[in-house]
Design a protein around this ligand. Structure first.
Ligand code: TMP
Ligand code: ASP
Length: 235
């Protein structure tokens, strides 16, 4: 057992706590929600509990399939024990179906399935609004080496295949999602969270949005959507 220490970082949706083991941290999931670079703020009741539990299931599934993650253990409704990593300052986005900012960027319609997944990188920099960047920018800014980027790309495409199947079995279509990676003992491992905050999930057949787009675009029944994904993931 580890002992919880001081908070070391508070983000928009989570708080990280130190522990008495330098290789372990506690990730605490809040109910706070933001969108559009925090221009929109709110609370989604019980979101922290749902996201912790949904992330736990997905990390356990991915680990079982050979994907290295920062997940160690579930400690409570809102707390996950994780490995201490050095976060790589890019958000890695994977898209299977057109939606969100891709439609705005390229002027394409929403809901078009793409033959090949589209990968994007955003620079994790709040002051700049997390801009879209490319691999040359990542190398230029020394965010990651070419070798690390190649590993991230390979892991991401593998994770996409695994997660598409995982959600497909739950009658959910994985439209797109965001991943973050970290350095741990010389290896790249999956970090952060995987939840309806970081994935677009549409119910098969109805197309009902079961993700944070309900909050972003005031679609109503936000808590119910997180609950629904939680129920399916635990079915
Ligand atoms: P986007 O279409 O708004 O760029 O979002 C693509 C995916 O990334 C979507 O599943 C939501 C997720 N995402 C995050 O997890 N964090 C973010 O800050 C943003 C902008 C998107
Ligand atoms: N992370 C984004 C924010 O700034 C939210 C999002 O659209 O997911 O607030």
């Amino acid at each position: 057992m580890v002992t919880k220490g001081e908070p070391i970082y508070e983000g928009k949706a989570k708080i990280l706590y130190r522990t008495d083991d330098p290789d372990r941290m506690i990730q605490y999931f809040k109910d706070d929600a933001t969108a559009f670079n925090a221009a929109k703020k709110g609370t989604i009741q019980q979101k922290g509990v749902f996201n912790n539990k949904i992330s736990t299931k997905i990390f356990q599934f991915l680990e079982a399939q050979g994907i290295p993650t920062h997940f160690v253990d579930s400690l409570s409704d809102r707390e996950m024990l994780i490995k201490t990593v050095e976060i790589i300052k890019v958000e890695v986005i994977v898209r299977n179906v057109t939606a969100g900012s891709l439609c705005r960027l390229l002027g394409v319609e929403e809901g078009i399935r793409m033959e090949q997944p589209v990968m994007e990188y955003c620079y994790k920099k709040d002051e700049l609004g997390d801009p879209l960047i490319n691999e040359d920018h990542i190398r230029m800014l020394k965010i990651a080496t070419a070798e690390e980027l190649a590993q991230i790309r390979e892991l991401t495409l593998k994770i996409n295949g695994l997660m598409k199947d995982f959600f497909d079995k739950l009658d959910l279509q994985l439209i797109d999602f965001k991943l973050e990676f970290g350095r741990h003992k010389g290896h790249i491992i999956l970090a952060d969270e995987i939840s309806p905050d970081t994935c677009r999930l549409w119910e098969k057949g109805t197309g009902k949005r079961l993700d944070k787009d309900r909050f972003r675009h005031d679609l109503g029944n936000i808590e119910e959507a997180y609950q629904e994904v939680f129920n399916r993931v635990n079915s």
